[in-house]
Design a protein around this ligand. Structure first.
Ligand SMILES: [Zn+2]
Length: 460
């Protein structure tokens, strides 16, 4: 999801197995005329006629739309032909049919030569790997909808192509200690002191729209010198409520995003800065716009017209959106940016340095959410102990901890895409573009990452 962290058995078949003609298929009559993958009707062991990469990609898009009919929120964005969606609605494929057809599509993909792209042979290889992983995740999600259970780590591997790291409690101690030293002394736990401090920088509700808009505009201004944004790209900003996330980017195609910010909870000035980059520039809005410009329109690749939420693409989307904050605003620029926003929101700009140190220290606690989700979803901690754990190691308020658990219930292992996604994107950008934050070389590496088909294994 394009939401910034908010409020939310190995795959039945080994995804590296060149399966799968033995997959049990429903009778042909039940399958609908559907997704071109419905060559699923070919008898087992019969060689299937070759498909081009684009034909495979179209079948993939149609299967994603078919699963979207069964799984609310699965299709995060779609701006391909409307009749493909109508077709998915009419066909009513079952999750079992979608899983079987995905497996057949993988088998066909494995036997398909990447299209010849002499200008950039790496691109052809990456495209095939991307499709292979996206279709594998589609199959795993279809299996989950049929009731198949995965452990947290197996689910993350199956859906996001990652091996999620484990964090012992000791991992978070240095940051907690640092925060204890930085925060104003006072009564209560560290979490209470932290939240009193952060809440004192909550943007007043009547200023939220204008501060948010200014922050996105400022981020846009800083991104422009580094990359060529498509002509006419634009966004709409709306404040909403009663959502399980804190913000969401709904990409509509034609270089246009609707960015929604959940205004139910206080939005701290820190959140404003993160959201501006994460949802807007150079995060989700830029990522989706560049994919549309370079891959959908430029290369003519249909697969990028759809964005399935529970898929390896989300690891790149969330990781690059989170990393984009520090790429766009290395230390000095970030402090300037924060000063301007402090002024705008009516806070004392002289406090920016301390505030920034607190924010940086607290960031080191983000991976604790992965650990909390794993322990909770794998049944090692119940909701109450998870809420307590989140208050100790992420310094959440009781209310925010409750929202996080609701997020885990709904989005499950999706949580790994944020802090761990950011870490792998950072490693990739530093390996390709050096360690100087915000340098031209880092930007080139970042743009290459955004405009080529990637899954997590292709970051390493
Ligand atoms: Zn996001």
């Amino acid at each position: 999801m394009t939401a910034i962290v908010a409020l939310l058995a190995a795959c039945t078949a080994d995804r590296d197995d060149p399966l799968i003609f033995g997959t049990r298929l429903p009778p042909a009559a039940e399958q609908g005329t559907a997704a071109d993958a419905a060559s699923a009707q070919a008898p087992a062991q019969t060689p299937l006629p070759p498909m081009s990469m684009n034909e495979i990609a179209v079948s993939y898009v149609k299967l994603v739309l078919a699963l979207g009919e069964l799984d609310d929120g699965y299709v995060d964005a779609y701006y391909g032909p409307p009749e493909w969606r109508d077709q998915a609605k009419a066909q009513k494929l079952t999750a079992a049919q979608i899983e079987a057809q995905s497996q057949l599509l993988i088998a066909r993909l494995i036997n398909t030569e990447p299209d010849n792209l002499p200008a950039d042979p790496e691109l052809a290889k990456l495209r095939k790997s991307y499709l292979r992983n996206q279709i594998g995740a589609l199959s795993a999600r279809a299996a989950m909808l049929q009731g198949r259970k995965f452990s947290f780590d197996d689910e993350a591997r199956a859906l996001y192509d990652v091996e999620p790291p484990h964090y012992p409690e000791t991992y978070f101690q240095p940051a907690l200690k640092q925060l204890d030293a930085l925060l104003p002394k006072g009564p209560g736990t560290l979490a209470q002191r932290y939240n009193r401090y952060v809440d004192s920088y909550a943007v007043p509700k009547d200023k939220l729209q204008s501060v948010m808009r200014a922050a996105i505009g400022y981020a846009q201004l800083h991104v422009r010198p580094h990359l060529e944004l498509p002509q006419g790209e634009h966004f709409e900003l709306a404040l909403v409520g009663d959502k399980p996330w804190s913000a969401y980017n709904w990409y509509q195609g034609n270089y246009y995003s609707r960015i929604e910010v959940n205004a139910d909870l206080p939005v701290s000035i820190l959140r404003v800065i993160q959201l501006a980059s994460h949802e807007g520039y150079p995060g989700h809005h830029v990522y989706n716009s560049l994919l549309e410009k370079d891959l959908v329109r430029g290369q003519g690749w249909p697969e990028y017209q759809v964005y399935p939420l529970y898929s390896p693409q989300s690891f790149i989307a969330e990781g690059s959106a989170d990393f984009g904050v520090e790429l766009t605003f290395p230390d000095a620029q970030r402090l300037n940016f924060e000063r301007e926003l402090f002024d705008l929101a009516g806070f004392d700009a002289a406090q920016v340095d301390t505030y920034d140190r607190v924010v940086r220290a607290a960031k080191a606690l983000h991976p604790a959410e992965i650990e909390a989700a794993r322990r909770y979803l794998d049944g090692h901690m119940d909701a109450e102990s998870t809420a307590n754990w989140l208050q100790i190691y992420t310094l959440a308020t009781p209310e925010y901890a409750r929202r996080r658990i609701a997020f885990f219930d709904h989005y499950r292992s999706y949580i790994i895409n944020y802090s761990y996604g950011e870490e792998l994107v950072r490693r990739y950008v530093e390996a390709k573009g050096g360690s100087e934050a915000g340098s031209d070389a880092q930007w080139r590496a970042y743009i290459r990452l955004l405009t080529t088909p990637r899954v997590a294994t292709e970051l390493q």
